[in-house]
Write a protein that binds this ligand. Structure first.
Ligand code: CA
Ligand code: CA
Length: 500
């Protein structure tokens, strides 16, 4: 059984505005860590615990190359076996592609529309395992390295889901980076043609800025379970199993799984994997699907999983072709400017649609994607050799790094981020009490405590119809009924307050 990644479409044009944003964590710098003899596994663990991300531990002499945040250097230097900690000038050079990022002039609309500015939580202390396509080798161009738990990243590739700790950032599809950026944010280099929208700047002027995530201080665990051909159930199950082991080894550690993928039917082994994760206390969040009236995919439709449909902003592209619209202000504390997208999967018999969140035109990293001429992402984006952005003479790839992305692939991590905020507030909250019932009896399934609180805090939406502006500038009518809404729209502050 295969699952598909749930990107609906990529949009091409942008706009600008400005407001203060969240500051990025201090980026780690490269260091050479000295020791009198080759580092032992236990010493490597101590280095990691002290805050050093060891890239190379030399085998025949004492020492290692490590990335260390400035705030952790003293702790590393204090370790008894460490004889020196000095900046690595080569490593520093390699980090030239890591420019300082200024705050955005205004909040992205997708944060404004979920009232994220009313929340003091940042996801600190929470791990989010992103079961997806992994990262490209140049992921440091977009992410703060310390936001990614590289020591826990894994790849479960191929039909049999063989584990591999080293191929999670070998490339194949930018989807996993876009999903992760939704949660922890990303660096955005606003430059000519970097967004595929032609002339003009999405922020109004050139420069590198930080686009914040929903849970900026959460930590991402990339778990590669997808290849361009799709995401084999065996690999997904292996990824879920791996995260469940992490949770069992760290029972006090809040862990969320985001699965922006899905397909028809619930397999018996898949259910076993999900049940073990949920009962261990892992909160599983999944995309409802982009199939519209064809209905939801699994795992989302399985009730112990938190499923998320996709909504958008009625004022999207409101000054087309101006590209800064995404930094305009959204009406406060209201769902009056929310609509549900036509592609968002509707709930059918035996399926459970829980909530709706942002899934339309999020500006995210999507380098090297294979695109159709109108900017739609092709079904396959296999491009393993993409080191940075594609070159203009590579006709099969887009010569830019960012896109306005749509899909329940992005509403799911938006809510996974909100769940991280809830878990920061109440780390004991989970769906471990969910009714897992029996495979072919959806009536026997029931939501867990976290899901019940999230749903109760959601703001109901009414069925409706609205004409919005498509990314190409043409009008587009979106119509939705009760089967597209679940329990309603997620406001981050209401969800956090409901966490207890
Ligand atoms: Ca559910
Ligand atoms: Ca539910």
């Amino acid at each position: 059984m295969r699952r598909r990644l749930l990107t609906a479409a990529a949009a091409l044009v942008l706009v600008v505005a400005g407001a203060p944003a969240l500051a990025a964590a201090p980026a780690p710098s490269g260091y050479l860590v000295g020791s009198t003899s080759p580092l032992t596994p236990a010493q490597l663990d101590q280095l990691r615990d002290a805050g050093a991300q060891v890239h190379v531990a030399y085998r025949n002499f004492g020492g290692a190359a490590a990335a260390i945040p400035s705030t952790k250097v003293a702790a590393v230097r204090a370790l008894p076996f460490v004889t020196s900690v000095n900046p690595d000038p080569i490593r520093k050079l390699a980090a030239v592609s890591d420019p300082a990022a200024a705050p955005l002039p205004n909040a992205p609309y997708w944060h404004d529309q979920m009232d994220l500015e009313n929340v003091s939580q940042t996801g600190a202390g929470v791990w989010v395992a992103v079961l997806d396509s992994g990262f490209y080798p140049n992921w440091r161009d977009y992410f703060v390295e310390s936001d990614i738990l590289t020591d826990k990243a894994r790849a479960f590739t191929g039909v049999l889901g063989n584990p591999n700790a080293n191929q999670w950032d070998s490339g194949s599809d930018p989807h996993g980076m876009a999903v992760s950026a939704t949660i922890v944010g990303h660096r955005f280099a606003d430059d000519t043609n970097e967004g595929g929208w032609g002339a003009g700047y999405a922020t109004g002027s050139p420069g590198t800025r930080w686009i914040p995530g929903v849970a900026p201080n959460a930590k991402i665990i990339p778990v590669k379970v997808c290849e361009p051909i799709g995401c084999f159930g065996s690999a997904i199950n292996a990824g879920v199993d791996y995260v469940t082991s992490l949770k069992r080894a760290n029972p006090g550690q809040p862990i969320v799984i985001n699965a922006s993928l899905g397909g028809a039917g619930l397999d018996a082994v898949e259910k076993n994997a999900l049940d073990a994760a949920v009962k261990a206390g892992v909160v599983v969040v999944a995309s409802a699907g982009n199939e519209g009236d064809a209905g939801m995919g699994f795992p989302a439709a399985y009730e112990p999983v938190v499923s998320v449909g996709a909504g958008g902003w009625t004022r999207q592209w409101n000054d087309y072709p101006d590209k800064t619209w995404w930094l305009d202000d959204v009406a406060e504390a209201s769902v009056s400017e929310v609509y549900v997208t036509g592609f968002s999967s509707r709930q059918k018999a035996g399926q459970y649609l829980d909530v709706v969140s942002e899934g339309r035109y999020l500006l995210l990293p999507y380098p090297c994607a294979q695109l159709y001429k109108d900017g739609q992402v092709a079904s396959s984006t296999n491009n393993r050799t993409c080191a940075s952005k594609a070159t203009p003479d590579n006709a099969s790839a887009a010569p830019f790094q960012y896109l306005f992305m749509s899909g329940t692939s992005f509403s799911s991590p938006a809510v996974a981020g909100v769940v991280a905020l809830m878990l920061e507030r109440n780390p004991l909250l989970s769906n471990a009490d969910a009714a897992t019932g029996t495979l072919n009896d959806p009536a026997s399934w029931g939501p867990g405590e976290l899901e019940r609180r999230l749903e109760a805090s959601a703001t109901p939406l009414q069925p409706g119809s609205v004409t919005v502006t498509h990314r190409t500038g043409v009008p587009l009518t979106e119509t939705w009924g009760a089967d597209a809404i679940g329990h309603g729209w997620v406001f981050a502050d209401d969800a956090v307050n409901a966490a207890g």
